[in-house]
Design a protein around this ligand. Structure first.
Ligand SMILES: *Cc1c(COP(=O)(O)O)cnc(C)c1O
Length: 356
């Protein structure tokens, strides 16, 4: 068990600290003396090249401070103010970005799919839903659909297969829509699929990927990866205007070297995913627990009795209960230990037993 001050939580993977490999390169960058500012340094060039190597294509790469900025600026780069972005009702851009995509695009509207279908309940967009929203209106009184945005892994801990992304991309292309991928947990999705990262992005038809690093062990920073390089015209100015251009860019970029070398990004994601599987195995048959679906990435979503939630919170465990009627999100991180999972599962089981 961790000493109390080092206790781990299941609220979010961004509760975790910096992974050793990222920290190593952060310190290396700091030991490299004076360097050009605003991204014109050797570290940033090197990491951008490593990302091009990783994706096996000549993509444009930008670094911003967080995922909200990455998504919002990427969408703004694809949209005029009168355009619309098709996404699910649980999309982070819809529920957790404080109107940032609308703000930076100057008014583009998010068009939300129905929450009723089986796929929607798993946080996924379908080609049918895209088709419906893309053709519902074509008059000038409604914003013009321009982009489809999917989240990989999804906000409900599920993962789109390569075939699903290809089918979504095909439908998007049919309606002349660009495809954006919110990859705050891209690593966890690739770890689950075991595919090459290019297979789930540009080879499948994704135009822009927001590649999350923070939740997988970076101190700060996400990469915006433009596979369709025409979309990145003037993006540097957009980043600067949004207050997202780090003058000491090397401290955002260099830690990526530690993630990318030896596929550490995948190792950390695989570990977080495995911890979610361990947690699922320990709790899904406990009376009172109703897991919404088996985990596909690094989170377990479960309905818990109100009293059990209160007991666990009273014991100091932190986790979100942000899904309607008691569904809790239990998120594992790159550094979540088996002991933490077991300790949480034991407390949860005891609380459920006390309630039964
Ligand atoms: C965490 C997260 C983001 C990024 O959020 P920030 O707090 O702005 O870094 C984006 N999309 C999803 C799905 C996320 O979970």
């Amino acid at each position: 068990m961790h000493p109390p001050e080092l206790r781990q939580h299941f609220a979010s993977d961004n509760y975790a600290g910096i992974c050793p490999e990222a920290l190593h390169w952060l310190l290396q960058a700091n030991a490299s003396g004076h360097q050009p500012a605003y991204g014109d340094d050797g570290w940033t060039h090197r990491v951008s090249d490593r990302l091009r190597d990783l994706f096996q294509t000549d993509c444009d790469v930008y670094f911003v401070f967080n995922g909200t900025a990455a998504n919002s600026l990427a969408l703004a780069a694809m949209c005029q103010s009168y355009h619309a972005v098709i996404c699910t009702p649980v999309a982070h851009i819809e529920t957790d970005e404080c109107g940032c995509p609308e703000f930076f695009s100057g008014g583009s509207k998010l068009l939300i799919t129905e929450a009723e279908s089986a796929q929607a309940r798993r946080g996924k967009l379908t080609p049918e839903a895209i088709d419906f929203l893309a053709t519902k209106r074509s008059d000038i009184h409604s914003p013009k659909p321009k982009v489809v945005s999917i989240t990989q892994a999804t906000e409900l801990g599920t993962v789109y297969s390569v075939e699903e992304v290809c089918a979504i991309a095909a439908m998007a292309k049919r309606h002349h829509l660009k495809l954006h991928m919110d990859g705050a947990r891209f690593a966890n999705a690739v770890a689950t699929l075991g595919c090459h990262p290019s297979d789930i992005t540009w080879r499948a038809g994704v135009d822009v990927l927001c590649f999350g690093g923070t939740k997988n062990g970076l101190p700060v920073g996400e990469a915006v990866v433009f596979f369709d390089r025409e979309l990145s015209a003037d993006f540097a100015w957009r980043v600067k205007q949004a207050g997202q251009l780090a003058s000491k860019m090397r401290f955002i970029s260099a830690p990526w070297l530690g993630m990318l070398e030896n596929d550490n990004w995948l190792r950390h994601a695989r570990h977080a995913n495995a911890m979610a599987q361990r947690l699922y195995a320990a709790i899904h048959e406990v009376p009172g627990v109703r897991v919404m679906h088996p985990p596909e990435a690094n989170a377990v979503f479960a309905h818990l009795p109100r009293a059990v939630i209160d007991i666990l919170h009273g014991q100091g465990w932190r986790f979100y209960e942000f899904i309607a009627d008691g569904g809790c999100r239990l998120m594992c991180a790159w550094d979540t230990t088996p002991e933490s999972v077991d300790a949480f599962a034991a407390d949860l089981t005891a609380a459920c037993t006390a309630q039964a």
